[in-house]
Design a binder for this molecule. Structure first.
Ligand code: IPE
Ligand code: IPE
Ligand code: MG
Length: 246
């Protein structure tokens, strides 16, 4: 399924090196089936597997997934607990497969706020998949972009106060190097599921020139086929970066 689309992606043009996804709509997916919200989050795990496999097949190098925002800490305690145990379950279930696939997992966000079990699972998957060279998989958890930028500004201030950097030498690259995403190029394509037309405090700096793709499909229904459709749409876009095309 989706192999015809994969073929078209391959012949059609440049595949985005970095794809970021706001995985939204789990609650609505569950509500539509009269199920509790956590079951929607649980169902979303198979879509994570789908997009990881799709990225490996299409030759995408970096996949950054928004799994839990800083603002999501304001949700009911029961839902937060369910999401934390889901993270543990995902890591326990997927770790060996991710390793075998050559996927290197990183967790981006304020990890100090995670529960003990989730934190240990996060540290373990990062350590055990570190050797992966096929795909970098960034899971944004307890992540807020403004907080990330503030943290980078604080690191720059500390370096300036200690005399390690001249304030006059602070440029976009210096700030970018202090973001969680320092190692990777900016996303080329941002996908948001469930039809919402907003960024919700995700990668504000890094998305400066990303192509935006919003689909009404709810996250638990999202498959590699939908991923390939998004890439095909990306390949039809003119990326001008403010210039005039020759
Ligand atoms: C996305 O699904 C997952 C998280 C934000 C953790 P939602 O839980 O936001 O689902 P909707 O938007 O309520 O449908
Ligand atoms: C954004 O979804 C965060 C994640 C997908 C993890 P939300 O559902 O929290 O965003 P809003 O509240 O609709 O903006
Ligand atoms: Mg939502």
């Amino acid at each position: 399924m989706g192999d015809d689309l994969l073929q078209r992606v391959r012949v059609h043009g440049v595949v985005p090196a970095h794809i970021a996804i706001i995985m939204d709509g789990n609650g609505r997916w569950a509500a539509g089936r009269a199920l509790p919200r956590p079951l929607g989050h649980h169902a979303g795990m198979s879509s994570v597997r789908e997009v990881v496999e799709g990225c490996l097949e299409a030759g995408v190098s970096v996949l950054t997934l928004f799994a839990f925002s800083q603002e999501n800490w304001q949700r009911p305690a029961g839902e937060i607990e369910a999401l934390m145990s889901l993270l543990e379950e995902y890591i326990a279930r997927e770790m060996s497969e991710l390793r075998a696939q050559g996927v290197a997992v990183r967790i981006l966000g304020d990890l100090d706020r995670l529960t003990g079990g989730a934190r240990r699972a996060a540290d373990r998957i990062v350590a055990e998949t570190g050797g992966g060279t096929k795909l970098a998989l960034n899971l944004c958890i307890s992540y807020g972009s403004r907080a990330e930028i503030v943290r980078a500004a604080r690191l720059l201030a500390e370096d300036a106060a200690a005399g390690r950097i001249d304030p006059a030498a602070i440029d976009e690259e210096a700030l970018g190097r202090r973001l969680y995403t320092a190692e990777w190029p900016d996303p080329d394509l941002l996908i948001r599921t469930s039809g919402e037309m907003r960024i919700s405090n995700f990668l504000l700096w890094q998305l400066a020139y990303a192509e935006l793709y919003v689909t009404p499909v709810l996250w638990p229904d999202f498959t590699r086929r939908h991923l390939f459709e998004a890439i095909l749409e990306f390949q039809r876009r003119d990326r001008r970066f403010g210039r005039v095309l020759a």
